[in-house]
Design a protein. Structure first.
Lengths: 114, 111
């Protein structure tokens, strides 16, 4: 099994550009998440989804959008890149209850906005 | 709203020393608690979890954690650390479909 796959692994953007971070999982998990990780700040939840067609905001959703058209895919879109979005982004997935919270993470995508 | 606090941001230990990392959470209902580990250059991996039952839970690589409900704490322990335990450790709380992380503790183990 591939688990959770994220692309690209690295990307440099200019201010105002847009891009999509791709995330796909092959474990048939209902729940999927996008986090950003900044030094000393832990991981902050951007958006999450409890199933196809259902998405919800996390702690830090501003400047991002998501969609969940299939169980497998959960892309994260940055519309107008800003330097504050320089971060490492992690996609994760999990089953719903009773093991909800036991997340499987992707390898991460390092984004730099200049 | 739920929150998780890890009070030790950086810890430096020598090999064979004992480890205890603090974690406190804020949430009024039933919780699932986790410790995740991130080795240098890698993604997060589950270290151990608490859902219910015995408040002392054991995880991989000799780690254990104790859930103390009255103190809203879930501290991580290991009797004797190894150089390979050098990593960043994250405490996390699951409630309301969301997993909320603490700020992390960066552990360095000197050989």
């Amino acid at each position: 099994n591939a688990g959770v796959t994220q692309t690209p692994k690295f990307r440099i953007l200019k201010i105002g550009q847009s891009m999509t971070l791709q995330c796909t999982q092959d474990m048939n998990h209902n729940y999927m998440y996008w986090y950003r990780q900044d030094p000393g700040m832990g991981l902050k939840l951007i958006y999450y989804s409890v199933g196809a067609g259902i998405t919800d905001k996390g702690e830090v959703p501003n400047g991002y959008n998501v969609s969940r058209s299939t169980t497998e895919d959960f892309p994260l879109r940055l519309e107008l890149a800003a330097p504050s979005q320089t971060s490492v982004y992690f996609c994760a997935s999990s089953y719903s209850s009773p093991t909800a919270g036991e997340l499987f993470f992707g390898e991460g995508s390092r984004l730099t906005v200049l | 709203a739920q929150s998780v606090s890890q009070h030790n941001h950086h810890v430096i230990l020598s090999e064979a020393a004992s480890l205890e990392l603090g974690c406190n959470y804020s949430y009024g209902g039933t919780v699932n608690l986790f410790w995740y580990v991130q080795y240098p250059g890698q993604h997060l991996q589950l270290l151990l979890k608490y859902f219910s039952g015995d408040p002392l839970v054991k995880g991989i690589k000799g780690f254990e954690a104790e859930f103390i409900k009255s103190k809203f704490s879930f501290n991580l322990r290991k009797p004797s650390v190894q150089w390979s335990d050098t990593a960043e450790y994250f405490c996390a709380l699951y409630a309301g479909n969301m997993l909320t992380f603490g700020g992390g503790t960066r552990l360095m183990v000197k050989p």
